[in-house]
Design a protein around this ligand. Structure first.
Ligand SMILES: Cc1cc2nc3c(=O)[nH]c(=O)nc-3n(C[C@H](O)[C@H](O)[C@H](O)COP(=O)(O)OP(=O)(O)OC[C@H]3O[C@@H](n4cnc5c(N)ncnc54)[C@H](O)[C@@H]3O)c2cc1C
Ligand code: SF4
Length: 334
């Protein structure tokens, strides 16, 4: 790990100033905020991240979980994953998010990990994490070792010839199905970014993962009110029952009426280069009867544009089965 300068931010303005106007930032060197540190510090120990300056944001008042005037819920950027997962309003109104968070990592990690840190956690592609291998995401233009290498865990949706890495987060799949909005404050003021505009496809610049600019601080994530009478489920399939990333996962938020699907929000995990909202699956569900044929058709639609790699063709079937099962669970009482 390289030596770095450490700044403890006590106000949001100071954090943003440090990340955009400090001498290291002005010299073009990387400045990183640190929240729970469960991803950033790992990346630094592996020499994947080599920031010249770290701005600790843990003293900022950004940890609250509170209702919004419109009937939704605001999650502070520093709200810990465990606190969000067990919050009574999240458990009651957004079970898909609670289930997604509890399916990830371990209790100790969830006590440290934060809402914003989870949004920005880096891929688990083994070549990204090993500086001995070429990786366009880590070192633009160096090549992608995964395309002809070990790619069993990697993506089949949203890939490019330059990167096929999966977004590893469970939380983010649930947030995509919940149509969350991300509040950001930066050198040029505040803005709100719908989650479907937040992540970028890898294309020819896989090093650029989100629309965030240098100095941008995530301050909170807002969930809209849940659709009245909705049922939501997160289902994660993985190699081990705990402490393991998804091979395939599905987040669904549904409302039904007279055994027909009135509205559907669907997102897939473990298969996309970003948390994968499937408008195709939603279209195939809405207005259709609640039955296995509808679910199978929607799952096939969701995977239509998928491009399996040499080792992960099994995800085509696995992710469809995962979505069918999640839809079945969400409509058990419909
Ligand atoms: C062994 C292990 C197993 C895991 N298993 C899972 C799993 O199964 N599922 C899963 O989803 N995750 C899993 N994780 C990942 C874990 O969820 C993330 O490490 C965690 O969510 C990151 O949050 P953090 O607060 O610690 O982020 P940090 O490490 O502090 O930061 C991560 C990134 O976010 C940036 N950042 C943090 N806060 C802000 C902010 N407010 N504004 C702008 N930038 C910010 C940092 O600069 C950094 O780039 C696992 C991690 C480990 C170590
Ligand atoms: S898939 Fe992406 S992260 Fe993995 S080696 Fe290729 S470029 Fe790097």
């Amino acid at each position: 790990m390289d030596a770095f300068q450490f700044t403890l931010a006590t106000t949001v303005d100071q954090a943003i100033r440090s990340a955009s106007k400090s001498p290291t930032a002005q010299q073009g060197a990387q400045v990183r905020f640190v929240a729970g540190g469960t991803n950033l510090i790992d990346m630094m120990k592996l020499d994947v991240e080599r920031p010249k300056e770290i701005v600790d944001i843990n003293a900022l008042a950004l940890g609250a979980i509170q209702p919004t005037p419109g009937g939704g819920l605001q999650l502070g950027a520093l709200a810990r994953n465990a606190d969000v997962a067990h919050h009574p309003v999240v458990v009651r109104d957004y079970p898909v998010l609670s289930q997604a968070l509890l399916s990830g990592a371990s209790p100790q990690l969830r006590n440290m990990a934060t809402t914003a840190g989870n949004l920005l956690q880096r891929t688990r592609c083994v070549y990204f994490r090993d500086t001995a291998h070429a990786c366009n995401k880590r070192e633009p233009g160096s090549g992608c070792s995964a395309i002809d290498g070990h790619n069993r865990m990697l993506a089949i949706l949203g890939t490019s010839k330059d990167c096929i890495a999966t977004n590893p987060s469970d939380q983010n799949v649930a947030l995509a199905a919940l149509e969350a909005t991300i509040q950001v404050q930066g050198p040029r003021g505040q803005r709100s970014i719908p989650i479907h505009e937040f992540y970028l496809l890898p294309g020819s610049t896989p090093n650029r993962e989100t629309v965030l600019e240098p100095g941008d601080l995530i301050t909170s994530v807002t969930l809209p009110p849940p659709p009245p009478g909705s049922h939501s489920v997160y289902l994660k399939l993985r190699d081990r029952a705990a402490y393991e990333f998804a091979l395939a996962s599905a987040a669904v938020v549904l409302t039904t009426e007279n055994r027909r699907i009135r509205s559907a929000r669907v997102a897939l995990g473990g298969v996309g280069t970003k948390p994968w909202r499937s408008l195709e699956a939603e279209r195939a569900l809405e207005g259709r009867p609640v039955d296995a044929a509808t679910f199978r058709n929607a799952a096939a639609e969701a995977l239509k544009g998928a491009r399996p790699q040499s080792e992960n063709g099994f995800k085509m079937d696995l992710s469809q089965r995962c979505l069918v099962r999640a839809l079945t669970l969400a409509t058990r009482t419909a």
